[in-house]
Design a protein around this ligand. Structure first.
Ligand code: SAH
Length: 359
């Protein structure tokens, strides 16, 4: 069920408008058909629903491409308005996403991989390793489907902001992620503003630099979680490969190339990274830099056995950073009642299935 046993056909949503034009011309169809197909995919339609196309064209597309690469399997609504989605991929794998509703618009959190190979000590996504990368069209389809589910259309978007903070390490799936970023922000597509798109990485240095060179005006977030290399290695295996100094240099390069201030994600774990020493070191490292620190209390993942910092200690930590001159916020945890943290819902789903099989 979760190992992608079924072989995938091609993904129609991977194609750019130009590639669709080539495709329909190869089929001997009129060029305007490409635009129809493109708009229909962006609106979240399945091939069988593209009734403005002839039956024979639909049959031809269905023979070559997946009818629905991403389907909504389950929706969970939190008491705070957050909606969590469980999606089924065409090969039977499942991924998850979240829609957060704010006064200024709706932010969707998308997954870039099935599972993750980074294995951070607090995160549910890496518990079973990496299963596979998602294609750009599979990442984009999460948005196309949720936009449609929310009553949005091609012209009238209900998803205004996108964060790459679901399961997976986006920069470990670099080419597809960048293709997705171009696709979702393209004028002829959903045309989401690049300033409304944020990519979060555990700190893959060469890829951060490459991303800076792409000329995309998106926001960069780096998951820091500890300002000391030795301590960071204990909770983030990737820290064995890239040290904090290298990461900071890559972030500065990103700023130089894009003019965009960057963000550090910092999940507060009781007794692990919420000490005065951590706050002081964060201030020393980050206060001269054009950055912001996003604090969040850990979402506890049962299998990981780590505890969240208390509310009062989290506010005290925020106070220390602010006093030291850092720009910082403590984000409220959202959707805790619906397995809000990365990978939690997918794992529960998979465990239930495995449980059923074993019963
Ligand atoms: N691979 C990317 C995206 C991961 S998810 C990255 O590492 O940035 C987005 C953020 O949630 C990351 O900062 C990640 O470290 C954090 N995160 C993962 N599990 C968490 C948990 N249980 N509680 C709080 N934050 C968590």
């Amino acid at each position: 069920m979760c190992n992608g046993e079924k072989k995938l056909k091609k993904i129609l949503q991977d194609l750019t408008l130009g590639e669709l034009e080539e495709l329909v011309s190869g089929y001997g169809e009129k060029p305007y058909r490409a635009g129809q197909i493109f708009r229909a995919t962006c609106a979240g339609a399945e091939i069988s629903e593209m009734t403005e196309l002839s039956k024979s064209l639909r049959a031809r597309l269905s023979a070559e491409f997946e009818d629905a690469p991403v389907k909504i399997l389950q929706t969970l609504k939190s008491s705070d308005g957050t909606e969590k989605y469980l999606f089924a991929l065409a090969d039977g794998n499942v991924i998850e996403g979240v829609l957060m509703k704010y006064a200024y618009g709706n932010t969707q959190c998308v997954s870039t991989q099935v599972g993750c190979r980074m294995n951070c000590a607090f995160c549910a996504s890496g518990l079973n390793g990496l299963v596979r990368n998602l294609s750009s069209g599979e990442i984009a389809s999460q948005i196309y489907r949720v936009n449609r589910e929310q009553g949005g259309s091609f012209e009238n978007r209900k998803v205004t902001n996108v964060v790459l903070m679901g399961s997976g390490e986006p920069l470990d799936n670099y080419a597809n992620t960048v293709k997705f970023l171009r696709q979702i922000t393209a004028e002829e597509g959903l045309n989401i503003s690049r300033r409304n798109v944020s990519l979060s990485t555990c700190g893959l240095v060469p890829e951060i630099k490459a991303l800076a060179d792409e000329g995309l005006q998106i926001n960069l977030s780096v998951s820091l979680h500890n300002p000391f290399d030795g301590e960071r290695k204990k909770i983030m295996p990737v820290a064995n490969k890239y040290g904090i100094n290298e990461i900071l240099k890559a972030c500065d390069y990103f700023f130089k190339k894009t003019g965009r201030r960057y963000i550090f994600e910092y999940s507060l774990i009781r007794g692990v990274n919420d000490t005065r020493a951590c706050a002081d070191e964060l201030i020393r490292l980050l206060s001269p830099r054009p950055c912001h620190v996003n604090l969040i209390r850990l979402n506890e993942v049962k299998e990981r056995g780590l505890e969240a910092t208390s509310d009062s200690a989290a506010y005290a930590f925020l106070g220390m950073l602010e006093k030291g001159g850092l720009s910082a916020t403590l984000r409220r945890r959202i959707g805790v009642d619906i397995d809000g943290a990365c990978g939690q819902l997918r794992n529960r789903y998979i465990n239930n299935i495995v449980g059923e099989i074993n019963d």
